[in-house]
Design a protein around this ligand. Structure first.
Ligand SMILES: Nc1nc2c(ncn2[C@@H]2O[C@H](COP(=O)(O)OP(=O)(O)OP(=O)(O)O)[C@@H](O)[C@H]2O)c(=O)[nH]1
Ligand SMILES: [Mg+2]
Length: 222
């Protein structure tokens, strides 16, 4: 019985994710689902990305947090549409679901958007299981989390298109093996595209910005 209920939830989430995908396709909007463990730098990275992309593209953000509107407040200076989902109001879920994303999208003026960035709830487990109907799943991993995370949380890395390795400005202070990280990633997802960045200093951000621009342009032209 429990298994049936779980399947129902997952199936219903998948169905609505399909509706979100169709909606975004009809409006030619590119959507990113950004996921990571708490504190790896999603908001700082989103801040940088908006700064680099907002002259060329019309951007909106969906912020997922269990509690507080702090991340939305950090991005408010950009004067773009931001919708905060506090999952605490729905029982404190550790991930976002496609129906909530759909509700948020319906609040935006979709005819005046090119890009939606979703900052998912900080968690390396649950968000991986819930499709949201996005074009690109980005997992952010900071170097302070260690090289073993792809091996320990394979679903997150296996279902993501892009890995942003953040906080590389801290590498001189750490005993970090890039070779070990790459070997662990290759084992779970040889196709994942890796960008090494520092959201703090801006190092490596140009390539990531170019990559996302290509995604947005590709969808517009498709
Ligand atoms: N040194 C360094 N610190 C960073 C970098 N990116 C983020 N930080 C710091 O890491 C901390 C967490 O960053 P956030 O952007 O809040 O991380 P988050 O993933 O959005 O966190 P949650 O939303 O709570 O999951 C903050 O103190 C940032 O200043 C970076 O590239 N280098
Ligand atoms: Mg955040």
């Amino acid at each position: 019985m429990e298994i049936k209920i779980l399947q129902d939830i997952m199936q219903s989430n998948k169905n609505v994710a399909g509706e979100v995908k169709a909606l975004l396709e009809s409006k030619k909007i590119y959507m990113i689902d950004m996921m990571s463990s708490p504190g790896s730098g999603k908001t700082m990275l989103t801040d940088r990305l908006i700064g680099a992309l907002k002259e060329r593209y019309r951007i909106a953000v969906i912020e997922g947090d269990i509690k507080t509107t702090r991340d939305a407040e950090r991005l408010a200076k950009h004067n773009i549409p931001i919708f905060q989902i506090e999952t605490d109001r729905f029982g404190g879920d550790c991930h976002l679901e496609s129906s909530w994303v759909k509700n948020c999208l319906e609040q935006f003026d979709l005819d005046s958007l090119d890009l939606v960035i979703i900052e998912n709830v900080g968690n390396l487990v649950c968000p991986a299981e819930f499709q949201l109907g996005d074009d690109e799943r980005i997992v952010v991993l900071s170097v302070t989390e260690g090289e073993d995370k792809p091996a320990k949380y394979p679903l997150m890395f296996n279902t993501s298109d892009t890995l942003v390795l953040n906080k590389i400005d801290l590498l001189p202070h750490l005993d970090y093996s890039m070779d070990e990280l790459m070997a662990n990633i290759k084992n779970v997802n040889p196709k994942i595209e890796v960008f090494q960045v520092s959201a703090k200093t801006g190092e490596g951000m140009d390539s990531l910005v170019q990559h996302i621009s290509a995604g947005i342009d590709g969808k517009k032209g498709a």
